[in-house]
Each structure stands twice: as structure tokens, then as C-alpha cells.
Design a protein around this ligand. Structure first.
Ligand code: THU
Length: 160
């Protein structure tokens, strides 16, 4: 028997001005996308933006439903939207943020488990690590250089 440890590495930026301008722009687009959120139930507006290898940016926001599980997270709206609009184009980066309708979120908001599993698929298709950047309405930005830093022991298609 032996105990092992998973080490997760990420970079923390204090503000967008410290970041690569392209990445800062992507996060700004994610912030803008929160304004389109349809979140009457959770009152939690999430915005996401993906940058593709062809330079295109596709944004997404969460869309809720009175039958709760029928809604979809902002990250998946953005990723699926990008795959629908630009099939076969590699993904470079994903920015995620959330603006609550009831309080200020000042810590990074990371993608949920289901969205992480979709990031796995997108990363595999893209044949390169996908940079994931997370921020609250304000405050620091956490940057992960690929899904393996966000999610250990990922489920891969090779298991099938
Ligand atoms: N949500 C997202 O859009 N992304 C996540 O990664 C986590 C949660 C949405 C779903 C729901 O509309 C609201 O946030 C509260 O869970």
C-alpha cells in the first residue's frame, strides 16, 4: 500500500492588467456574457468565452428552466456553440466568470464537474491543453494550463 498525492498547479493574477492581453480580452467577453444569462431561479449569472485557433471568440451564458435539470451551464453553451459554429477548429482558452444577482462574488468561479468532462473532450479533440481562466465578478483570476490541473483521474474515451 502506498499513499500518493495529486498536485494541481495554477497561476493567480491579481487583475486583468497583469494578464496576456488576449486572455484579458477573453475574460472581459465572459464578463459581458453574464448580462445575457437567463437565471431567474438561481439568480446566478454565469458568463463564458472560448477562443479558438482561428482567432474566433464564442461566448455563452447559463440558461435555466422551470424544470431545473433542463437548463445548461454557460461553459457548455459556449463550448457547444463553438463546436456547432466552427466544427473541427481547435480550442485555445476558456474564460469563466459569475455575477450573482444578490451579492458580489470576489473569488474565482470554476467550472462544474459536467463542464469539466466536456472540457476533457474538447481538449482531446484540440490535441493541445486548454487554458481555463476563472474569476468572480471581481478579484483574482486563476489560470489552469489544461484540464488535468483542474480534474484528476479524468474519464477518457480510451476506456470505452
Ligand atoms: N452554472 C454554470 O453556468 N456553470 C457552472 O460551472 C456551474 C453552474 C450555472 C447553472 C445554474 O444556472 C446556475 O449556475 C446555478 O447553479
Amino acid at each position: 500500500m502506498k499513499k500518493e498525492r495529486f498536485i494541481c498547479t495554477y497561476t493567480v493574477f491579481d487583475n486583468l492588467d497583469e494578464m496576456d492581453p488576449q486572455d484579458a480580452e477573453l475574460m472581459r467577453r465572459a464578463h459581458e456574457a453574464t448580462q445575457s444569462a437567463y437565471a431567474p431561479y438561481s439568480k446566478f449569472n454565469v458568463g463564458a468565452a472560448v477562443r479558438l485557433a482561428n482567432g474566433e471568440i464564442v461566448t455563452g451564458n447559463n440558461i435555466e428552466n422551470a424544470a431545473y435539470p433542463s437548463g445548461l451551464c454557460a461553459e457548455r453553451v459556449a463550448m457547444f456553440g463553438a463546436m456547432a459554429k466552427f466544427p473541427g477548429v481547435a480550442f485555445e482558452a476558456l474564460a469563466v466568470t459569475a455575477h450573482s444577482q444578490t451579492k458580489v462574488i470576489a473569488e474565482p468561479v470554476a467550472p462544474c464537474g459536467a463542464c469539466r468532462q466536456v472540457i476533457v473532450e474538447v481538449e482531446q479533440l484540440s490535441k493541445r491543453p486548454l487554458r481555463v481562466m476563472c474569476q468572480g465578478q471581481e478579484g483574482p483570476i486563476m489560470v489552469f494550463e489544461g484540464i488535468e490541473s483542474l480534474m484528476p483521474f479524468i474519464f477518457l474515451d480510451k476506456f470505452l
